[in-house]
Write a protein that binds this ligand. Structure first.
Ligand SMILES: C[S@@+](CC[C@H](N)C(=O)[O-])C[C@H]1O[C@@H](n2cnc3c(N)ncnc32)[C@H](O)[C@@H]1O
Length: 407
């Protein structure tokens, strides 16, 4: 039986908050201010989760979703297809502000900026990992489910991903099939096999089999070429690279603007991936300065070392930041771009112990970022600037770049 809800404010993670018989309800497919009928999808003692299945009073921000596969019980890839792009950015800004206030005690108005390269919030995703069903058909996972929504196409995928045509083929034996297009013009298909895969014909220059024993090249070369500014980066297989085409340059520029690396300084790039920020830092600090990048993925470390081979002042250390940071001595500037889980207390304390005058925190989760900022505050750091970017339109995700300075 659906329940009737008056939807209140937005919450982190693509939910809005309502109330039912004294319990909080986290509701998807709704917008603040709406009255909806919602189907309960999960019930705990403290809260309910629900999907809005009928909109009784729609918000003026509601639009017809551009994707025919989105909606209650359908593809779980997007959260805000039913909101205008302006409303999505407003909701994300509210979430970042709220997390900073609640978890770090900081009152700050936030504006979420557009990232160039995604007209109307569509056609931006340069890497899409499809799940393969038992018959080899491809689709995307439903929200909080292993079930697959068999999408004929994905409107947030970059046109190059769609041109590969992977969703139109069958991939018997595959577990997942990732399609990646690079700014250097490569089109790659990376297959994770469940058993022997029968590979269909697709329009890709690179075909890789990324099994348990590493990357096996079926066609082309094992790596893609990405470009940011006037530099080229090698990224092997499904190694990390920002998935919005405008993100590498936007983030690199913002990191350098906020961090202001100066000639002769010592900088760290934690969770450095293929070396995007380390490259910019290495150029800025010059031959008298130095940059240490730390990264745990062995293939990303090999890529970063290759990408920075013309910058002898940069060094990449392979290891988990939690352990490898112990060997670092002092730093003028620290840049960190951790996964969604954030830094954690141990890494926060190690960073503070290095005594940088500036710390630039690149984060894809405003909750863990705000928590880490709260842990940095007693060490004498304060939030000086914050930029937020709509790097994942149609989803609830938002990218922040925060500058913390030592008082
Ligand atoms: C969000 S990506 C950032 C990469 C890079 N800054 C970029 O923009 O291309 C995070 C990176 O951290 C690495 N990573 C994850 N956990 C780590 C850890 N505990 N220590 C070191 N690196 C880690 C991942 O392999 C990934 O390359």
């Amino acid at each position: 039986m659906p329940i009737e809800l008056k939807v209140e404010k937005v919450a982190n993670g693509g939910w809005c908050v309502g109330r039912h018989e004294g319990r909080v309800v986290f509701v998807r497919h709704a917008l603040p201010g709406e009255r909806v009928l919602a189907e309960v999808t999960e019930e705990t003692a403290r809260f309910l989760r629900a999907d809005a299945v009928e909109i009784l009073d729609p918000s003026p921000d509601r639009v017809t979703p551009p994707c025919p596969f989105s909606g209650p019980g359908r593809c779980g890839g997007c959260d805000w297809q039913h909101a205008s792009l302006a409303a999505q950015r407003r909701l994300k800004a509210e979430v970042v502000s709220e997390q900073l206030r609640r978890l770090a005690g900081i009152d700050r108005a936030v504006e979420v900026e557009e990232v160039p390269g995604a007209s109307g919030g569509l056609g931006w995703r340069t890497r899409v990992r499809f799940a393969a069903g038992p018959d080899g058909r491809l689709g995307l996972r439903r929200h909080r489910s292993h079930e697959i929504e068999y999408v004929g196409s994905c409107p947030i995928a970059h046109p190059g991903v769609e041109e590969v045509g992977a969703e139109a083929r069958r991939w018997p034996g595959a577990d997942t099939v990732e399609v990646a297009v690079s700014s250097g013009g490569d089109r790659a298909v990376i297959i994770r096999p469940r058993r022997r895969v029968t590979v269909p014909e697709v329009d890709a220059s690179v075909l890789l089999d990324q099994g348990r024993r590493g990357v096996r090249v079926l066609t082309g070369s094992p790596s893609l070429t990405e470009r940011a500014g006037d530099r080229e980066f090698r990224v092997t297989g499904s190694g990390f690279w920002q998935i919005h085409p405008g993100a590498p340059e936007t983030l690199l520029r913002t990191v350098l603007e906020l961090g202001r690396p100066a000639p002769g300084e010592r900088a760290l790039d934690l969770y450095c991936g293929a070396g995007l920020f380390a490259a910019g830092l290495g150029e800025a600090v010059g031959p008298e300065g130095s940059v240490l990048g730390i990264e745990s993925d062995p293939q990303a470390v090999r890529d970063a070392r290759w990408n920075l081979r013309d910058l002898p002042n940069t060094r990449i250390e392979r290891g988990r930041v939690e352990e490898a940071l112990g060997a670092a001595a002092r730093a003028d500037l620290v840049v960190a771009d951790p996964p969604r889980t954030g830094l954690g207390r141990e890494v926060v304390e190690r960073i503070a112990g290095l005594g940088p005058s500036r710390f630039v925190y690149v984060s894809c989760d405003p909750a863990t970022m705000s928590r880490d900022i709260a842990w940095l505050t007693p060490h004498g750091y304060e939030l000086a600037e914050l930029r937020a970017f709509d790097q994942y339109p149609m989803t609830h995700h938002v990218e922040c770049v925060a500058l913390l300075v030592r008082r």
